[in-house]
Ligand binder design. Structure first.
Ligand code: ZN
Length: 253
């Protein structure tokens, strides 16, 4: 019932009540799938280096959608180069060599609190108690994760609050284009006048992200992981027959 309810008000109040029992956030089907990607070395594109030298693998697109404060400051010079390359061909948009970033965290960042925060970012909920809750409050405040901070402070949700939702659709917008590593293209022979704010490719398409698609769709996960790489063009494009890419993503998310 908890996972299947679509009432944001009911969800907010259920989460509020559960916060008194050390459960913060709201489980969701998508969150359960995305959580499986946490720590995945193959598809991660960033690592947090902790004060003890250990590293935690993360995915920039998930942070972008759920907690952008954890992303390093944008490199304006790199962005300029990317925008320049997009002008010549949309297919070049995904032909980027994605190097793994390493972010060394301040020694003041509590490791246990960070790992719990990542649980929340990837799954939509976490369990904590005692002193860890106090550390999480500090971290959630510094990272501007207000829905979690509200739960950690046991604040009663406002009327018609939409504070609890596991939504990654922000990653499909302009903000997520630079992190896109796959294009979903609708296979069409008709003359389409598709306009994209990121590239000049004229076929209907969406700039997507492998980690989210892999977690959401068994077929694509098999396609990305198995020896079926020949099904994906050298330009990292997956073609779908007669299915608008937005519709495909809507089903996945
Ligand atoms: Zn495009």
């Amino acid at each position: 019932i908890f996972i299947s309810t679509r009432s944001s008000g009911l969800t907010a109040y259920c989460s509020h009540l559960l916060s008194f029992f050390g459960c913060y956030g709201f489980p969701s089907k998508l969150g359960k799938k995305i959580m499986l990607a946490l720590g995945d070395k193959d598809q991660c594109d960033m690592s947090f280096i902790l004060r003890n030298g250990q590293s935690v693998n993360v995915h920039q697109v998930v942070l972008l959608a759920r907690c952008p404060s954890l992303l390093p400051p944008e490199d304006l010079s790199d962005k300029g180069k990317t925008a320049e390359s997009n002008g010549s061909s949309g297919r070049q948009a995904t032909d980027k060599c994605q190097t793994k970033k390493e972010v060394v965290l301040s020694a003041q960042v509590d490791e246990q609190a960070l790992l719990k925060l990542l649980d929340y970012i990837y799954s939509g909920h976490l369990q904590a108690e005692g002193d860890l809750v106090r550390k999480l409050k500090m971290l959630a405040k510094r990272c501007n994760v207000h829905p979690l901070l509200q739960l950690l402070c046991n604040k009663r949700p406002m009327w018609a609050s939409s504070m609890i939702s596991f939504d990654l659709s922000h990653a499909l917008g302009p903000a997520g284009h630079d992190l896109s590593d796959i294009v979903l293209e609708a296979k069409s022979t008709e003359d389409t006048r598709w306009t994209c704010s990121y590239c000049s490719f004229s076929m209907p398409h969406v700039h997507a992200h492998r980690v989210i698609l892999s977690a959401s769709c068994e077929y694509l996960r098999a396609l990305f992981q198995s020896g079926m790489q020949e099904s994906i063009s050298t330009w990292n494009i997956v073609r779908y027959n007669e299915v608008p890419p937005e519709a495909v993503l809507y089903v996945f998310l």
